[in-house]
Ligand binder design. Structure first.
Ligand code: AMP
Ligand code: TRP
Length: 348
């Protein structure tokens, strides 16, 4: 019964290279404390990655690298599940069913598709268009109740709820007959909070920090060493004014707001506290403090990622163990889904 569903967290990160500070502050770092109060499933979504072309060798490397980042950031793969999506068939199977639940009109509204497909929409893959249905399947194959993500995923999570709702309505009779009193899929809660839900490019405060920005100076990668981090922050775009003393003063100053948000997230405070400390000081002093903080927080993670990447067999073992455990959670749910939809097969 959905009412008695234990809280369960699911989140995914694409192995598309250049894992950056936005991914870390908006998502991965926020996964870590959730381990204390939730059962967690963290997934390297390699099937999502191939919605745009990936060199197979790079995909292979990047999948291990995202897994290494999860673990280096403090996710415990023994207590929780870390795996890559393609090892668990339930994702593809449920995505197909959701392709038949979701409406074209819903997907036509997805802003991320419009951004990623760009002007050459005719040439985008069908997978890129159907991508949000696969994301809904990732979450609902485990009947996950909470999903920590950055702001850019909000619309996809709304769609996930729409899909869950429509499935629950369309199959209401069968769901009840299978013994579920309150619908089959939960209305998943997004967890989007904190000062860094949308980290912006260091070169342009109106653009999201992104793996695919052609300028490497626009982002801090989790693989950057201390000198590179320092150089990128020093070169980060700012305006000529010093930092304001109150958050209101950041309006219309996207670059200043971004750096203050990054500092707040890295130091575990909020923007008000940062402005109290650095307000009316010159940017050069603030930037130096930000460099010191970023290096202090990120270097241990970078170091641990490197160490883990030196032993790929160990990472692969973690991913296949995680996949076994994920499969065991998804399989009974999928048996019910097949029965509810009306697929003939061996009764579970
Ligand atoms: P992706 O790299 O698209 O797979 O994103 C992985 C996670 O990082 C998702 O939860 C995103 O919402 C989050 N994320 C990506 N870019 C940013 C950003 N610039 N600021 C905050 N969160 C982000
Ligand atoms: N679409 C997400 C992104 O690009 C990644 C993702 C795939 C995801 N499946 C998910 C996030 C399920 C949360 C839950 O960032």
């Amino acid at each position: 019964m959905t009412t008695s569903l234990a809280p369960r967290v699911f989140s995914g990160v694409q192995p598309t290279g250049n894992l950056h500070l936005g991914n870390y502050l908006g998502a991965v770092s926020r996964f870590v404390p959730l381990q204390e109060s939730f059962e967690c499933i963290f997934c390297v979504v390699d099937m999502h990655a191939i919605t745009v072309w990936q060199e197979p060798k790079e995909l292979f490397h990047n999948t291990r690298e995202v897994a290494a980042a999860f673990i280096a950031a403090g996710i415990d793969p023994k207590r929780h599940i870390v795996f890559n999506q393609s090892q668990v068939q339930a994702h593809a199977e449920l995505a197909w069913i959701f392709n038949c639940v979701a409406r074209l009109g819903w997907l036509n509204r997805m802003t991320q598709f419009k951004e990623k497909a760009g002007k050459d929409r005719e040439n985008a893959s069908v997978g890129l268009y159907a991508y949000p249905n696969l994301m809904a399947a990732d979450i609902l194959a485990y009947r996950a109740t909470h999903v920590p993500v950055g702001e850019d995923q909000k619309q996809h999570l709304e769609l996930t709820r729409d899909i869950a709702q429509k499935f629950n309505n369309d199959y209401a009779e069968e769901i009840a007959a299978a013994g579920y009193a309150n619908g089959f899929f939960p209305m998943t809660e997004p967890l989007i909070a904190g000062p860094a839900t949308r980290v912006m490019s260091l070169r342009d405060g109106t653009k999201k920090m992104s793996k695919s920005d052609p300028s490497d100076l626009s982002r801090i990668n989790l693989t950057d060493d201390a000198d590179t981090i320092a150089k990128k922050i020093r070169k980060a775009k700012t305006d000529p004014e010093p930092l304001p003393t109150e958050a209101k003063g950041l309006e219309g100053r996207p670059e200043a707001a971004n750096l203050a948000g990054i500092y707040a997230a890295l130091s575990g405070t909020d923007v008000e506290a940062v402005l109290k400390e650095f307000g009316s000081a010159q940017f050069s002093g603030f930037k130096q403090a930000l460099i010191d903080l970023a290096v202090e927080k990120l270097s241990p993670i970078t170091g641990e990622m490197k160490r883990l990447m030196d032993d790929p067999t160990h990472i692969d073992a973690i991913l296949s163990d995680g996949a076994d455990r994920a499969r065991a959670l998804a399989e009974p749910i999928m048996r019910d889904v097949r029965k509810i939809v009306g697929f003939v097969g061996r009764a579970g």
